[in-house]
Ligand binder design. Structure first.
Ligand code: FAD
Length: 421
């Protein structure tokens, strides 16, 4: 059996960043990335933004050129699915039946789009949005499609809706909960984005449940809702979250269910096995120590560097502040921190001006900000979140003062470590 010093399963953001990081740090052992996708590692965020819009060529999504990987002797084993792991023997088995041994294994498999479970989920014209090939298929069909139903009012569904409106499509967005972005943002942000989408011509509906997908001749023709109404559609885009791609590692004995449980060094309970990125369930100090999985590029990259450093012989622990962005129409949403468990929100600025921030507090301390077209708040609010400042809500609300000034005159911050529950 062939063997590599480090085998990375998954060539997405975290896997590729770990490999590049290892070489950057001078790691000299053999490194292989095994990935089921056929493409060189690429950046996913553009898939629901400029790539879907046809405004960015795929080559511009690549994290690095083929030459970059060759020069650094990172072996890319693409189009290969890892079916199982033997943690005792330190080896993985590919679907082809081939085995590959490892010294250390980095599990960086992200997640698969959560599929619809209702009748008609597999009709032609029903699309997830996770990979380049998902979006390529969608773009081909969009040449002839006019009516699109988007199921799910999370970031991906909303971003896709905004691109589709720009392309002149008729868009209905169906969200089961009573507001969009309910999982990640406060009501002020949800209401703002609902109004924006409606103003841009999206027929956005909340609190609606999908009964089934209807079809004609094997292709989608509409979506039937629980109340019996039929929404006509030539295409359905499904953005209802992901399921971490962890079955082979769980079967090998890794702890976890909704993700692989890791410690602050991204180590799993299996010897020499690490997990990073969307599939890594970790205790996050910005969520008061709660076990969370973060689905963002920041987390993927930062966890990748923790493991790269450790394997290159440098100490490292994961304690990065989470941040995220979303582009819809001419709106840039930037989030810093995690609003999970907030008990108070402060609205800073007027949503009617399309420039405002929502500041989330827990027990009087700033834990997160959602900033819409408000870059300065995002940049300055970062300090409040990282240092855990207690701040007077009236001062936070006052757009006449800057957040950086609040940080300098308010009560001294509590060290972050003391806030972890
Ligand atoms: C459409 C879209 C838009 C997004 N927009 C943003 C954004 O604006 N900002 C932001 O911060 N984040 C965004 N994200 C999230 C971000 O892309 C993810 O957090 C990031 O890609 C996670 O990286 P990862 O390495 O954990 O997983 P991935 O990038 O998903 O990579 C995992 C790879 O592993 C492969 N794989 C899985 N199982 C196996 C197996 N058994 N064998 C071999 N290979 C396997 C997968 O096919 C995949 O190629 C977006 C995601 C999507 C899909």
């Amino acid at each position: 059996m062939e063997r590599r010093d480090i085998v990375i399963v998954g060539g997405g953001h975290s896997g590729a960043h770990a490999a590049a990081g290892l070489r950057h740090l001078g790691y000299a052992g053999t490194v292989a990335i095994v990935c089921e996708e056929p493409d060189l590692p690429y950046e996913r965020p553009a898939l629901s933004k400029d790539y879907l819009a046809g405004e960015k060529a795929f080559e511009r999504l690549l994290m690095h050129t083929g030459a970059f990987w060759e020069e650094r002797h990172v072996e890319l084993l693409l189009n290969r699915h890892v079916a199982s792991v033997d943690a005792e023997a330190h080896s993985i088995r590919l679907s082809s039946g081939d085995d590959l041994g490892y010294g250390s294994l980095i599990w960086a498999t992200g997640g698969r789009p959560r599929p619809l479970t209702c009748a008609g989920y597999d009709l032609k014209g029903v699309h997830p949005v996770r990979t380049r090939s998902d979006v390529d298929r969608m773009r081909l069909e969009l040449e002839t499609v006019l009516r699109v139903a988007v199921i799910g009012g999370g970031y991906i569904g909303l971003e896709a809706a905004s691109v589709l409106r720009k392309l002149g499509k008729r868009v209905v967005l169906l969200e089961a909960l009573d507001r969009v972005l309910a999982r990640v943002a406060g009501p002020e942000v949800s209401r703002f984005y609902e109004a924006e989408h409606r103003a841009h011509g999206v027929d956005l509906r909340t609190g609606v449940k999908v009964d089934c997908i209807l079809g004609e001749g094997g292709r989608v023709s509409g979506v039937r809702l629980h109340d019996g109404e039929v929404v006509d559609a030539d295409m359905v885009i499904v953005g209802i979250g992901i399921i971490p791609a962890v079955e082979p590692l769980i079967a090998a004995g890794a702890t976890g269910r909704n993700g692989i449980q890791v410690d602050e060094e991204c180590r799993t309970n299996l010897r020499d096995v690490y997990a990073i990125g969307d599939c890594a369930l970790h205790s996050n100090r910005y969520a008061a120590g709660a076990m969370v999985r973060l689905e963002c590029v920041q987390n993927a990259n930062d966890q990748a560097m923790v493991v790269a450093k450790r394997l290159a012989g440098q100490p490292a622990v994961y304690d990065a502040v989470p941040w995220f962005w979303s582009n819809q129409y001419d709106l840039k949403l930037q989030t810093i921190g995690l609003s999970l468990g907030h008990d108070q929100t402060v609205l800073r600025g007027d949503p009617a001006t399309r420039r405002f921030s929502v500041i989330y507090l827990r027990q009087g301390r700033v834990i997160a900000l959602d900033c819409v077209n408000a870059v300065k708040d995002y940049v300055q609010g970062r300090k409040l979140v990282i240092e855990g400042w207690a701040a007077d809500p009236a001062a936070l609300r006052d757009t006449g003062s800057q957040l950086k000034d609040i940080a300098s005159w308010d009560r001294a911050p509590t060290p972050v470590a003391d806030r972890v529950g």
